[in-house]
Design a protein around this ligand. Structure first.
Ligand code: HEC
Length: 142
């Protein structure tokens, strides 16, 4: 009996650490490795240069484009919470569809965001329509 108790206790402790206290641990890892150097650990962004992901209305309004932004980048003038941003974000082509799904779910459920969860099928479908987006590869667009 005691053994079982100790075993389940250590399992619980392990899970808390493994998950880092959030719902999307693999998304958190992708975020820290590939996004946080610009958007910062808390999603706050950086002044007028890097838009915030925290409390970002952009996430809800452009849900269908988020997977494409992660993979192919964004070079446009955009509005996030009413503020204009126009620096370029380079794409991160080496992330898999699963990693993109995880990182979007991590962002969408943190820092005040309440974006309904993404499923892999949805991300896959979005990625298939990236070419038709006006915001992709438009660095030269004024
Ligand atoms: C090199 C810096 C850099 C990195 C790394 C980066 N971004 Fe961005 N991101 C930007 C910039 C700059 C913009 C604004 C682009 C524009 O105005 O066209 C942006 C815009 C965005 C937007 C839309 C605007 C918003 O704030 O809601 C999302 C979503 C986003 N990035 C997610 C990510 C994710 C997810 C990652 C990691 C997988 C990532 N970014 C990595 C610089 C970066």
């Amino acid at each position: 009996m005691q053994k079982i108790l100790i075993l389940s206790l250590s399992l619980a402790i392990f899970l808390v650490f493994a998950c880092g206290g959030n719902q999307y641990p693999s998304g958190a890892r992708v975020y820290k490795a590939t996004c946080a150097n610009c958007h910062l650990d808390d999603g706050a962004g950086l002044g007028a240069l890097i838009p915030p992901l925290a409390n970002s209305d952009y996430l809800i309004k452009h849900r269908d484009q988020l997977a494409c932004i992660v993979r192919y980048g964004l070079a446009d003038t955009i509005l996030v919470n009413g503020i204009r941003y126009q620096e370029q974000m380079a794409g991160i082509p080496n992330l898999s569809e699963v990693q993109i799904t995880n990182v979007l779910n991590y962002i969408g459920s943190n820092w005040g965001n309440k974006v309904p969860a993404f499923r892999l099928e949805e991300v896959r479908a979005s990625l298939q329509s990236c070419n038709s987006l006006p915001t992709q590869d438009t660095k030269t667009k004024q």
